[in-house]
Design a protein around this ligand. Structure first.
Ligand code: IPE
Ligand code: IPE
Ligand code: MG
Length: 243
């Protein structure tokens, strides 16, 4: 049974983000190659996206490859660079049934033309959908995002499209890759690591954070429900007082 049907009084976060961590350790524990952990991890994105969509989540962001992950051994990076194809192959049919729209967020300058084409193709094919948005962060990093936003704003100032005084948090937000997405309500990091790893630094300012020990390939509907129930016990004050 899906959470929304259990208790109507539960608030489903509109925008949930997940740092997809623990693929390698999941595989190692089973004496399998790390790549198999990544493969299972992709399958689990589909599973959890379908569950989230059914629960009524509006945006699910997943951190699938960071700007720092290029530092990994070439074999692993080569495998991870096959993921955009995998996303489209594995997700397209079920996502069509659930009306799920896919967007890719991140740096576009380091990825191969082939990957950019696959990503563009998948986005284009789903762009008119009205259901949940699955935002796949691929070659994403906040330092890059904020640096690019800063450059774009500086350019606008030089070209007299904007004055320095007109730069506000809203203007900065409107220059981020995530500008069209809803505010981030809940961040989930599985795998036991208690850090952010350069993910959505700006967007996380007032998000609720949830950490659990399960490795991403094993992260289940139950884990997601637990995170959402935990979120329901938080009091979001945004700097104000208890409401
Ligand atoms: C997350 O799993 C996937 C990527 C970062 C690409 P990891 O590969 O980081 O798995 P662990 O942390 O080594 O277990
Ligand atoms: C964060 O996981 C990046 C992704 C899940 C894509 P990492 O495994 O790369 O993070 P660190 O190195 O443990 O901080
Ligand atoms: Mg990791």
């Amino acid at each position: 049974m899906i959470l929304k049907n259990i208790d109507k009084s539960i608030t489903i976060p509109k925008h949930i983000a997940i740092i997809l961590d623990g693929n390698g350790r999941w595989a190692k524990k089973r004496h399998l190659p790390r790549t198999l952990g990544h493969k299972k991890g992709v399958e689990n994105i589909k599973t959890i996206a379908l569950v989230a969509s059914e629960m009524g989540v509006k945006v699910l962001s997943v951190f699938a490859f960071s700007t720092e992950n290029w530092k990994r051994p070439k074999d692993e990076v080569d495998y991870l660079m096959t993921l955009p194809h995998e996303f489209e192959n594995q997700f397209k049919d079920d996502f069509e049934k659930m009306d799920i729209k896919v967007v890719f967020t991140g740096r576009k300058t380091m990825l191969s033309q082939e990957n950019l084409d696959v990503m563009e193709h998948f986005q284009k094919n789903t762009k008119n959908r009205q259901g949940m948005i699955l935002n796949i962060c691929f070659d994403y990093g906040s330092y890059d995002e904020l640096t690019e936003a800063t450059k774009a704003i500086a350019r606008d100032v030089i070209e007299n499209k904007l004055t320095i005084e007109e730069i506000t948090p809203e203007i900065i937000g409107s220059h981020l890759y995530t500008k069209d997405l809803l505010p981030l309500d809940l961040l989930i990091r599985p795998s036991g690591e208690l850090r952010i790893s350069n993910f959505m630094l700006w967007q996380l300012a007032y998000s609720e954070l949830y950490f659990c020990d399960t490795f991403w390939p094993a992260f289940s509907k139950k884990n997601l429900e637990k995170a959402i129930l935990d979120y329901n016990h938080r009091e979001r004050r945004f700097g104000g007082l208890k409401g």
